[in-house]
Design a protein around this ligand. Structure first.
Ligand code: GTP
Ligand code: MG
Length: 421
């Protein structure tokens, strides 16, 4: 098993799609992340997808010939194939067929570490498999077993049995995940009660979210052992981690790091990871981390925004973090702020403080919890605050009235001389 599995990629360029090449390159990285070697590509320009075979019927022969000539082990299609396309293709092409979705599911399943992530991936996988039981190679680990072709002759009975077994397993998974989600919910409610603003890191996979989390922990947290894993690979992070960031003067916030997005992220997977991604939906502010050194960064922003929409998180305020700018801009120009964008480097920690400043301007825009001691001869200030701020307590002290209150940022600045804590 030293030798890598050899794969041919197949893609359709629909109506001269500008993003076609990017998509094929990404498919190749996904295959490599599954430990396969890409040995060839077959591409076709089409105006519409072929309902029966995905690619044109003539092209099917070409794929089979190329696969034989190049001694491929797998044929990988760029898009999720419908159950009937898969069945038809499997009949015509002798080799096991995978698609983009199966690759992503495979990567997720090898990366999943926590019990929850494992159960979520298994759920997504079984859901994808269920309608495709005939001829589907859903797992690379089954290679050699030849489940695809040998299934061809399998009787209806066996199929029905498989189907029932999967459905049973799915209901078990659902129950266990619900229990885990409930615990998580309790924790989240406790955090919300703490009244601390919640900020979520989001963005394309490998953009630098975990590196950003670690940089903030480095600068604004006591303990080192709370760090998360950062790695140069697709989907290094599959779980959600929440950490308290304490930049000082009582303006703390909670920061969450979670799974990254990718183009055509399988719908089932987003659904399965919904509870992991709950942190994103509940955030007061999103930091969209973008790999600014990647020429396709605009496309990545689009995919991230589409995914956020799917999650119902598209109306949350967002700061655009053009990360990895150290690779494409002179370092002495960093950080650079333009409206709601910041050009910076998480890895080199250039711009972390500036970013935290931007975040605080947004999340603490309207609120400031504090105590002010207003002398008795400044009664007009006391009445102004009573009118314009939320005073939760007023204690009459020897040298003035001590107000515990929540004030607008501008008022806080205006009366900063009276702030005692
Ligand atoms: N040059 C440079 N490299 C960076 C920067 N930020 C992150 N990286 C590198 O980019 C790679 C990915 O970083 P991660 O923080 O793991 O990315 P992520 O967004 O958490 O990725 P996933 O968890 O896989 O979605 C790592 O090799 C980092 O060292 C940066 O500002 N500059
Ligand atoms: Mg990560």
């Amino acid at each position: 098993m030293e030798e890598k599995q050899r794969a041919i990629l197949v893609g359709i360029n629909l109506n001269d799609d500008a993003d076609f090449e990017i998509s094929m390159e990404e498919l190749a990285s996904l295959a490599e992340a599954c430990d396969m070697e890409v040995i060839g590509k077959v591409e076709q320009n089409l105006a519409t997808i072929n309902q029966a075979f995905y690619i044109g019927t003539g092209k099917v022969d070409e794929v089979r010939e190329a696969a034989t000539a190049l001694e491929a082990d797998y044929i990988i299609f760029d898009n999720a194939l419908t159950p009937s396309q898969l069945r038809n293709l499997q009949r015509e092409l002798v080799l096991p067929i995978l698609d983009r979705t199966t690759l992503i599911l495979e990567i997720f399943s090898t990366r999943a570490k926590t019990r929850e992530a494992k159960l979520q991936v298994e759920t997504a996988r079984l859901q994808y498999m269920l309608p495709r039981l005939v001829g589907m190679h859903t797992s690379l680990s089954r290679q050699g077993g030849g489940s695809g072709l040998s299934n061809k002759g399998a009787g209806e009975k066996k199929l029905e049995l498989d189907r029932r077994r999967i459905e049973h397993r799915l209901s078990e998974l659902r129950k266990e995940l619900e229990t885990i989600a409930k615990d998580r919910d309790t924790q989240r409610k406790q955090r919300m009660n703490s009244n601390m603003p919640q900020v979520a890191l989001v963005g394309y996979t490998n953009a630098g979210k975990s590196t950003m989390m670690n940089a903030m922990l480095d600068m604004f947290s006591e303990s080192e052992d709370k760090k998360v894993e950062e790695k140069n690979m697709l989907f290094a992070t599959l779980d959600t981690t929440v950490r308290k960031i304490e930049p000082g003067d009582n303006k703390n916030f909670l920061l969450s790091d979670t799974v990254g997005f990718i183009d055509k992220l399988p719908h089932n997977l987003i659904k399965a990871f919904r509870s992991t991604l709950e942190e994103v939906r509940n955030a007061d502010l999103l930091l969209q981390i973008i790999d600014y050194s990647d020429v396709h960064f605009k496309e990545h922003i689009r995919v991230t925004e589409d995914t956020l929409k799917e999650l119902g998180a598209d109306s949350i305020p967002c700061i655009y973090v053009m990360n990895k700018a150290d690779l494409v801009m002179p370092e002495d120009e960093l950080p650079m702020i333009k409206e709601n964008r910041i050009y910076m480097s998480a890895k080199k920690q250039l711009g972390i403080e500036a970013l935290v400043g931007m975040m605080r301007d947004r999340i603490f825009l309207d609120y400031k919890e504090c105590q002010m001691l207003i002398p008795y001869d400044k009664g007009s200030i006391t009445s102004y605050l009573n009118e314009h701020a939320t005073v939760s307590e007023a204690e009459y002290k020897e040298n003035g009235v001590l107000l515990t209150l929540s004030v607008k940022h501008s008022d806080y600045q205006k009366y900063i001389n009276y702030v005692v804590s």
